[in-house]
Design a binder for this molecule. Structure first.
Ligand code: SF4
Ligand code: SF4
Length: 228
């Protein structure tokens, strides 16, 4: 397992690599546009560690005891990103439950994210080429989701021994020290779901990330170390 401070360095580097890659797209997203900010955001406990440190530094940890952060049994996410991709690579169909909680995220204050510097990757990747409130759904460029999903997989892989689940519930688990009922165990990368016509867009993102030098060795080596 990678020491937590290095895990956080790797996470920060991954966020930066993704932001640089995504700059090429003309997204309509802007401050104050927040219909996508719901309580269905999922993340790993690794990302949760960064949010916990932020809330601690801002003296805001008490927010996690609010009812909005307590688990709702019939709304639990059950299939991690790597579990989902692994099943698809084996040709198995995956049942996705339609039980997402679309009430506003409790970190949304005055239509603005109150944990913006440490928001999880699930928030960073959610974008649209046209405002969602006018077209009803998010419009993403072809291949964009394949790149974002590959990085979601890397985060989950780095969080060996951690948990994956609904953001509010993972945070509640971290805050209480409980491991039961607050997320699914993370899984290693089983491969990537990148279609042939998505390679040209996604490969520069993945290769750029894997060859990044972090704390004395390439990101790719850290991914290998994560499972030791
Ligand atoms: S994804 Fe949609 S709702 Fe969210 S910021 Fe972008 S345009 Fe607005
Ligand atoms: S954490 Fe921030 S960006 Fe993510 S859903 Fe909540 S308010 Fe929106």
């Amino acid at each position: 397992m990678i020491p937590p401070p290095i895990q956080q360095l790797l996470l920060t580097a991954l966020y930066a690599a993704f932001a640089e890659w995504a700059e090429k797209f003309a997204f309509a997203c802007r401050k104050g546009c927040a219909t996508c900010c719901t309580r269905s955001v999922t993340m790993t406990s690794l990302e949760g560690g960064g949010i916990m440190a932020f809330l601690t530094a801002m003296d805001r940890l008490a927010e996690l005891t609010a009812p909005a952060f307590q688990p709702t049994p019939n709304r639990m996410a059950q299939c991690t990103t790597n579990t989902f991709v692994g099943a698809h690579l084996k040709g198995k169909s995956v049942e996705e439950e339609e039980n997402w909680d679309l009430r506003p995220c409790p970190f949304l204050k005055e239509e603005t994210c109150s944990i913006y510097p440490v928001r999880p990757f699930g928030c960073r990747l959610f974008v649209s080429l046209a405002p969602c409130d006018t077209c009803g759904v998010a419009e993403m460029p072809p291949g964009y989701l394949a790149g974002a999903t590959a990085l979601l997989q890397c985060i989950e892989h780095l969080d060996n021994g951690g948990a994956w689940g609904i953001m509010t519930e993972v945070l509640s688990g971290l805050n209480t020290g409980r491991t039961d009922g607050f997320g699914e165990p993370t899984a290693p990368i089983p491969g990537f779901l990148i279609a042939p016509d998505e390679h040209a867009l996604v490969e520069p993102l993945l290769q750029g990330l894997l060859t990044l030098e972090i704390a004395g060795q390439p990101f790719k080596q850290w991914l290998e170390d994560a499972r030791l």
